[in-house]
Design a protein around this ligand. Structure first.
Ligand code: PAF
Length: 295
């Protein structure tokens, strides 16, 4: 595995990789969810590149940038073992040289829900991912469904800036009790951890009820009551997958999204409202690697 620290060396090595190249951007502290993304990228590409960069631009002043888990040696060993060809992990100084002042702002989509709770967060995400894509020039980028609004923001940025990359969204990886995997789950107290799966239960209940045509107001009230203390709702809504505009009831394709506070930790999750025989509105079906390599 090549480990590179600068955009120029990332681009130089990436250009020698067999194409198609799958790319998984991460902030490290890799868990089973990241592993699933890498394995899917491997099934669908000739080479896989991964980035590890804890991006200060996407953290608010009172957020956990300083204490965000950093486990570079362990992460690099795992990626090497998985057969990743290129690991790009620049320093903050190399990513944002003195005088850096550009921001990629995708507009109103980045101001709703997570964007409202975390002002500037999506500008930071869009900016760093634009730079990562520019350095790696991958064929396809792999993202997780858990961060559904992030995937919508990045798809918008990619379309608007004519970046020649496909996006594949992979299903959320969950604990056995339904909690979506996240590097931040490690911050939960025992009491918060026990209550945390109730977020997914609430969203799944709402999605199921809406799918069966139940009244949206009654459904949302019932779903709200499923969340267990000490968790508290930040938002619960039904939105369209592209613009994240609230929709009433089950307007296809839709997502039930929710965020809950557990002490200092925010948990986010979402469930697609997809019927039997209906394509999931967010997740990308697995593709045929041989056909992709021939293309
Ligand atoms: O989802 C993440 O881990 C980050 O937001 C990303 C996409 C790596 C950008 O820093």
């Amino acid at each position: 595995m090549h480990v590179v620290r600068t955009p120029a060396s990332a681009r130089a090595i990436a250009r020698t990789l067999l194409r198609p190249v799958g790319f998984v951007p991460t902030m490290g502290a890799l868990h089973r969810g990241h592993r699933t993304l890498v394995e899917r990228a491997q099934r669908e590409n000739a080479s896989v590149a991964v980035s590890i960069f804890v991006n200060p631009l996407q953290f608010g002043p009172s957020e956990d940038y300083e204490r965000y888990p950093r486990e570079f040696e362990k992460d690099a060993a795992l990626l090497d073992e998985l057969g990743v060809a290129l690991l790009y992990s620049p320093s903050v100084e190399r990513m944002y040289a003195p005088g850096f002042s550009t921001r990629v702002n995708v507009g109103v989509l980045a101001e709703r829900f997570e964007g409202a709770a975390r002002p500037g967060h999506f500008d930071g995400v869009a900016t760093v991912v634009a730079k990562l894509l520019h350095a790696i020039e991958p064929t396809t980028m792999y993202l997780g469904q858990k961060d559904a609004q992030q995937t919508a923001v990045l798809r918008r940025m990619i379309a608007d800036l004519d970046v020649p990359v496909d996006v594949v969204v992979c299903p959320t990886t969950r604990e056995a009790d339904g909690l979506a995997l996240s590097s931040r789950n490690a911050y939960l107290s025992a009491e918060e951890r026990a209550a945390a799966p109730s977020l997914h239960r609430a969203l799944a209940l709402a999605a199921e009820a809406l799918l069966h045509g139940q009244d949206p107001d009654v459904t949302m009230t019932r779903a709200r009551s499923v969340l267990l203390p000490p968790l508290a709702w930040d938002y619960l809504s039904v939105v369209d997958v592209e613009r994240f505009e609230p929709v009433r009831g089950h307007t296809r394709p839709a997502l039930v999204i929710g965020a809950a506070r557990a002490g200092a930790v925010r948990l986010i999750d979402n469930v697609s409202v997809a019927g039997i025989d209906e394509r999931d509105p967010l997740v990308t079906p697995e593709r045929d690697r041989d056909r992709l390599i021939r293309a």
